[in-house]
Structures are given as structure tokens and as C-alpha cells.
Write a protein of this length. Sequence first.
Length: 134
Amino acid sequence: MRALSIALCGAFLAASPLHAQPPAGGGQVILLGARWCAPCMAEWRDLPALVAAAKPDQVVLAWVDRPIPPPPALAGQVAVMPSDQARELALRLGGEGFGLPMATYAPAGRRACAPWRRPLRPKDLEPLRQLCGQ
């Protein structure tokens, strides 16, 4: 049973967004949020428009309190980052006492770069990518 638990844990970590490859030609648009954050939940509700506008990039939900699944209509199109990795990323980008919502962009094959420190809307995707030199 212990071996099965270890194998399942390893499979989960290997499939996590920080290790998963985004679609060919795309990077990752990472939304940092929390369930208690009203603007974050508004982003979550508006996720279909953001996912459509972000292509070929993959959208990743990185909730710092506990993972939140994508809306059912987007299952398989949106990745979910484990909360411990989301907190680490939020601290790295925003520092101690980071504010939410926050977003970032990880160009294909590179680490996440500068934080976007307000709600992310489809019209904000190009400025977000430009922060990363894309």
C-alpha cells in the first residue's frame, strides 16, 4: 500500500503544471488566487473567455489556500497547480505579504517572470506577455 501511495504521489507531481509541458508553441498563463479572494473568484468565473484568448498558452489555476478545479466546461483545458507550489510561486513573485489576485506568464521552456498585480482579463494578456519579453 505504501508503494502505491508513493507511486501515486510521484505521478501527481510529474503531472503538475510546473513539470507539465504546455501545448506546443505556448507557455503558461498562471493565475494566483484564493477562494476567500473575491476578485480571484471573479477571474475564475470569467475563465472561459481568458482560456479562449490565451491560446496557444495554457492557463494554470494556482490557488494558495487549496486547489480549485476549473469549471466543468473547461476540464482538460486548464491545469491546476498544487497549493504548496502556488504559495512558493506567490512568495517568489510578490514577496512576504503578497497580494491577490496576481498572475504571471511562463514562456515556453522558461520560468515564470514578472507578476501582474491586478485581476487578469483577456485584454491584459498581451501586456502580461510583454512583461516577459514575449
